[in-house]
Design a protein. Structure first.
Length: 476
């Protein structure tokens, strides 16, 4: 579309180039799209790398890529503990569903985790492999597959205080187990106001739901053939969700809602069955409408294409003052039969009605199994997997008493505010003109967003030059 706009009293012709539908990508010149494809980035067209072209060709398919049946694999690639854990959550979420009466093979078929191959036998699908498989089996199909969660705190000489990666070998490394491990850590420090739903306390706040939605959106929209993997970060500034691959719809369409085009439609169905996400296309839209109400900070959704790598990044800032509890309570629907966001049911009916969720029980039980050896007990019946009963305790062998004094707990220095913060910023910038926002935040013991807000109140400080080579300048 061509329009004429007025800029500083001058008429300028503006040509709007619409986003090309994914089915028509890549846009290329010549007979070979791998050597003649271009993409628009900013105000220019750039030649695509082979990896970028491959990603576009994969996304141009009209069918979901994760429904592919992998003929060279069989049911042995699945982690049986993961399947049991998933079925436990499914059973508690859908207690009367007829799938609960089927065996594992039939259940996986219904779920889309297995399909009929060329030999007319059942084999795992790509979604089933990602959701329930072992990491070493997943990387046979997806060599760049990698999951990473980091919890960072401003602790001296510490890059992170907690980390989970899919390559450690001490757990399955698949998507479901990663979601369980990560979600419990993402939600660990959230404030839970006292709210009732009927005769039960509702611990599933809107923020719990938003983090669950963001995690599901990241895992189901990732291009697992892409490089750099899924990276989720929790720090003092908030939560960041990054995945390989760009969005299959525009950022504006995702924020507005009503359009759903997930890269992993079967994966999304699997997560939706256990109430981890929805399939209405309004997940991102709901996050953008609810998050600012509680934290008074706006989320950001970005697509990048640096060094031939497509990535999508969602950042949920928490702000310096934490959540607005009164605003959070207002998000709860007045009716006991409605969920916090107005749905006819709570986002996770089972989880919101128990003091500790089945996901936390799964994680706690697995952690206990790794921490202590299980003695041999004769004639003892096996303990059912993933039940709500408390984890049994076992007698440990005697060991020397550890008399080492406990390490003192880390006490964070007080955060600077107002004039004290302004003086600290001016002093730091004067001493190091090339200092970054993150370094300023660390020196002043505040968040990055707080530094940006405070800089807006200091007109005498300006940044000149590029993002990598620029410097701060102070005018007297």
């Amino acid at each position: 579309m061509v329009t004429v706009v007025d800029i500083d009293g001058k008429s300028v012709m503006a040509i709007e180039v619409p986003r090309v539908e994914r089915e028509l990508r890549p846009i290329s010149k010549g007979p070979d799209p791998r050597t003649g494809s271009y993409r628009r980035y900013g105000d220019g067209d750039f030649l695509c790398s082979p990896d970028e072209v491959s990603a576009m060709l994969r996304d141009s398919s009209s069918s979901s890529l994760d429904c592919e049946v992998i003929d060279e694999m069989d049911e042995t690639v699945f982690c049986q503990e993961t399947i049991k854990a998933y079925r436990q959550v499914f059973r508690d979420t859908h207690p009367t569903h007829h799938w609960n009466n089927t065996d594992d093979t039939q259940f996986l078929r219904y779920l889309g985790a297995m399909g009929v191959g060329k030999d007319m036998k059942f084999h795992p699908t790509a979604a089933g492999l990602l959701m329930f498989g072992y990491e070493y089996e997943i990387t046979r199909k997806f060599p760049n597959y990698f999951l990473d969660f980091k919890e960072k705190r401003k602790v001296l000489h510490t890059r992170w205080v907690d980390r989970i990666t899919s390559q450690t070998g001490d757990w399955s490394g698949n998507l479901f187990d990663f979601a369980v491990k990560t979600l419990t850590r993402l939600q660990a420090d959230l404030k839970v106001p006292f709210a009732m739903r009927g005769v039960f306390r509702d611990d599933d706040t809107p923020i719990h739901q938003m983090l669950r939605e963001a995690l599901t959106n990241t895992l189901t929209n990732a291009d697992y053939y892409g490089r750099q993997g899924v990276v989720i970060t929790k720090d003092d500034d908030g939560f960041t969700f990054e995945n390989p691959g760009n969005m299959r719809i525009s950022v504006d369409s995702a924020i507005q809602g009503s359009i759903s085009d997930p890269r992993g439609a079967v994966l999304l169905k699997m997560f939706s069955f256990i109430k981890f996400g929805e399939r209405a296309g309004s997940g991102v839209s709901t996050i953008f409408s609810v998050w600012p109400i509680v934290y008074h900070e706006s989320p950001t959704l970005q697509e990048t294409a640096l060094n031939g790598v497509f990535r999508t990044r969602l950042h949920l800032p928490v702000g310096p003052d934490g959540p607005d509890i009164e605003a959070m309570l207002r998000l709860y629907a007045p009716s006991a039969n409605q969920g916090p966001l107005g749905a006819s049911e709570p986002a996770v009916p089972y989880l919101s009605r128990r003091p500790s969720s089945i996901l936390q029980q799964i994680e706690q039980r697995r952690a206990a199994e790794h921490r202590q050896p299980r003695p041999i007990i004769e004639a003892a019946p096996p303990t059912p997997a993933y039940v709500a009963a408390p984890t049994p305790t076992y007698a440990a062998q005697s060991a020397p008493v550890d008399v080492t004094p406990p390490t003192p707990a880390y006490v964070a220095p007080p955060r600077l505010k107002g004039e004290a913060l302004s003086n600290a910023i001016i002093k730091a910038v004067a001493a190091t003109p090339t200092i970054t926002l993150d370094e300023l935040a660390e020196q002043c013991h505040v968040s990055r967003s707080t530094i940006k807000r405070q800089l807006k109140q200091l007109p005498q400080i300006s940044y000149q030059g590029s993002a990598k080579r620029g410097q701060w300048h102070i005018t007297q």
